[in-house]
Design a protein around this ligand. Structure first.
Ligand SMILES: [Zn+2]
Length: 244
């Protein structure tokens, strides 16, 4: 018998609300989770706003057929389908149009770790050359090939796709990926960005991945901000800090 997906969806919705409040997902973006023990996944529905709940996910199989849920799947659902199909180690995929990370694809700079937390991505951040919407399976498969074994892939002049074994890992990964890009942007605006040496970045990143401290820390922030937002519903979401 397959496990009850309710706790997984509650967590996924919590991660979505965090990324939306933080300005990562401004109209464009979606989050998908693999359903353990089932040949299917669930993705946030098309045109979802900030106040998302478990009922805002639609269920798809790995042929792209909608099996359940209200509303339509996002047009770029093939991103999630093909990445989850290609990467059995991945349980959650987030696609969004990251303001800072995406800017590097049109800057002449290759985005690399420039801050300790960015070393989570020390094994490389590939850039997919095709900026078009990933609205069919061949485009999704091409993006999954560019992603390869990495944690994140940038799409030139389009956005970022972040993976994680769990919802916590993917949401924290997106937060820290964008934070690293924002710090790199600051360094580039001050002068020549000093990227961390590859060997040092690998050592630091492996240590962080062993302890998993950054994922736990960011998720604690997700929960705290969510609780705060829900106890003060009249407060504007724009009062919270934007984009990491
Ligand atoms: Zn997109």
């Amino acid at each position: 018998m397959n496990p009850d997906p309710a706790p997984l969806l509650a967590k996924a919705a919590q991660g979505w609300r965090f990324l939306y409040r933080r300005g990562f997902i401004e109209g464009f973006g979606h989050l998908a989770v693999r359903l353990p023990g089932a040949d299917r996944f669930m993705v946030t529905r098309h045109s979802l706003g900030c106040d998302a709940g478990p009922e805002d996910f639609v269920t798809l199989d790995f042929h792209g057929r909608k099996l359940a849920g209200h509303g339509d799947a996002p047009g770029e659902f093939p991103i999630h389908l093909e990445v989850l199909a290609a990467r059995p180690d991945v349980g959650c995929v987030i696609h969004y149009h990251g303001m800072h990370s995406t800017a590097f694809t049109t800057s002449g700079h290759a985005l690399r770790p420039i801050h300790l937390m960015g070393t989570l991505f020390h094994d490389g951040i590939p850039v997919h050359p095709d900026p078009r919407l990933v609205n069919d399976r061949p485009r999704g498969a091409a993006l999954a090939r560019t992603l390869g074994p990495h944690r994140a892939v940038l799409m030139c002049a389009h956005g970022a796709t972040i993976t994680g074994a769990t919802v916590e890992e993917a949401v924290a990964g997106a937060f820290l990926f964008e934070e690293n890009a924002r710090r790199a942007w600051l360094s580039a605006s001050l002068g020549s960005p000093q990227w961390l040496p590859a060997e040092l970045a690998a050592q630091a990143g492996e240590e962080l991945l062993r302890t998993r401290g950054p994922f736990r820390r960011v998720w604690a922030m997700v929960e705290a901000e969510d609780a705060d937002a829900r106890t003060r519903p009249s407060e504007s979401i724009t009062d919270l800090p934007r984009q990491a």
